[in-house]
Design a protein around this ligand. Structure first.
Ligand SMILES: Cc1ncc(COP(=O)(O)O)c(C=O)c1O
Length: 418
């Protein structure tokens, strides 16, 4: 027998799916692309994927990029932040949501979370807004939509831009609408663990303003993020070939108005082809995730002291992550995790409160800043495998293991006085 390639290889129930191409339709699209002799970049597959996604999401613009991280970097670039500006951000998210802010001389105010949804607490949000607040960066944690009506009621009258990190929310619904079109800018990830994937890596940025879309299209294609003005007919250098953009006398960029360099964030045609095909399977994937989550909810809710993670009543959870909360103290949780590990179920906890990670501590953030985020993380937070790559047998194995591990954990509570 071959040795497992990764630590996860030893688990009967791995935390996340490995691999990207999930069906014959993905393979057929790739075969069609390769046989067509069409371009492998910036071609018709990308256009079709973007248009399909745009319509599906209900956004004004949808542009592919190479990852969710790049989508967030571009989103923050579009904010044109200036020294002294303030940005409010959730601490309960993957580091990519706020990391680009490290490159800006701005004050980041981490907003505490609601301990049931793990989304930003809108009462705390309202208390953090000042007349210097320029943007709010939030996540729909695990696929459970944030309370966007309340967020927008706070942001809109003050002209604050709201960025939805929708990396977990593919397939979620908020009052009948899709995350990514509920605010100003939406950022999606198609990493291989996400609800759909584009050959392992990929992302999409949705935008509510034409000017932003025009900037992103230029930046992602290696043009500077600058102000373009019509070029005088006699400008230097002279036209060399009539179809050359700068030479044909249409554009030049002014020395003032350059906001930053361009980059190459172009999604390949192969990735876009797989993304387009996977859109057909998104509802099926989310339905499978929802079914697994229901089985787990049923198993864990038999134990008093366990709290469930839910979407608001008028929202649909996309179950990118399955989350629940173990009350009773750290010892219970440790015992639960050790038992699950022994029983072959892989646990990964997502996410360490960002304001306490070294890069944000260096900027002065401290323990006590977001008490709910800290309490839930250090005492209660639990994630279990939940993805369509799991077979029925793996789900049954996990449900049995979770019951067993909870029995062991709570038996410990009964025996050891607090
Ligand atoms: C909430 C959140 N935002 C952003 C990202 C970054 O996406 P990507 O891995 O595509 O760069 C992730 C990825 O895991 C994520 O979970």
């Amino acid at each position: 027998m071959n040795a497992p390639l990764t630590r996860s290889g030893r688990y009967a129930v791995p935390f996340a799916r490995r691999g990207s191409v999930v069906g014959e339709a993905d393979l057929a699209a790739l075969t069609e692309l390769v046989r067509s002799e069409g371009p492998l970049t910036s071609g018709v597959w990308r256009e079709r994927f973007e248009e399909r996604f745009r319509q599906w999401c209900g956004a004004r613009h949808a542009l592919t990029v190479t990852s969710g991280t790049v989508a967030l970097e571009l989103a923050i670039r579009l904010l044109d932040l200036a020294p002294g500006d303030e940005v409010i951000a959730t601490p309960q998210t993957f580091q990519a949501t706020v990391q680009p802010l490290l490159g800006h001389d701005v004050r980041v105010r981490f907003c505490d979370i609601d301990p049931d949804t793990l989304n930003i607490d809108t009462d705390v949000l309202a208390s953090l807004v000042t007349d210097r607040t320029r943007a709010i960066l939030l996540v729909h944690y695990g696929g459970s939509p944030a309370d966007m009506d309340r967020v927008m009621a706070i942001a809109r009258p003050r002209g604050i831009t709201v960025v939805e990190d929708s990396a977990h929310a593919l397939g979620a619904l908020y009052r009948g609408r899709r995350p990514g079109a509920l605010a100003d800018i939406g950022c999606f990830s198609f990493h291989s663990t996400k609800n759909i994937t584009t050959l392992g890596e990929g992302g999409m940025i949705t935008l509510s303003r034409d000017e932003w879309a025009e900037r992103v299209q230029r930046i992602r294609d290696n043009e500077v993020d600058g102000v373009y003005v019509p070029r005088a007919a006699d400008a230097d250098p002279p036209a060399l070939l009539p179809w050359m953009k700068f030479a044909e006398g249409v554009y030049r960029h002014t020395a003032v108005g350059i906001r930053g360099a361009g980059t190459n964030a172009t999604m390949s045609e192969a990735a876009a082809a797989v993304g387009l095909v996977q859109m057909d399977s998104l509802d099926r994937f989310v339905a499978r995730r929802t079914w697994i989550a229901a089985r787990l909810d049923e198993a864990v809710s038999a134990f008093a002291g366990v709290r469930l993670h839910r979407a608001a009543p008028d929202s649909r959870h996309a179950y990118h992550l399955y989350t629940f909360f173990l009350t009773g103290g750290r010892r219970i949780r440790e015992r639960f995790v050790r038992a699950l590990d022994r029983l072959g179920v892989e646990v990964q906890l997502r996410y360490f409160p960002l304001h306490l990670s070294p890069e944000w501590r260096l900027r002065g953030h401290v323990r006590g800043e977001c008490p709910q985020a800290e309490r839930v993380w250090f005492e209660e937070h639990m994630n279990l495998p939940c993805h369509p790559g799991l077979t029925d047998a793996q789900v049954e194995h996990m449900v049995t293991a979770v019951r067993q591990a909870l029995r062991e954990a709570y038996d410990e509570l009964a025996r050891v006085p607090a």
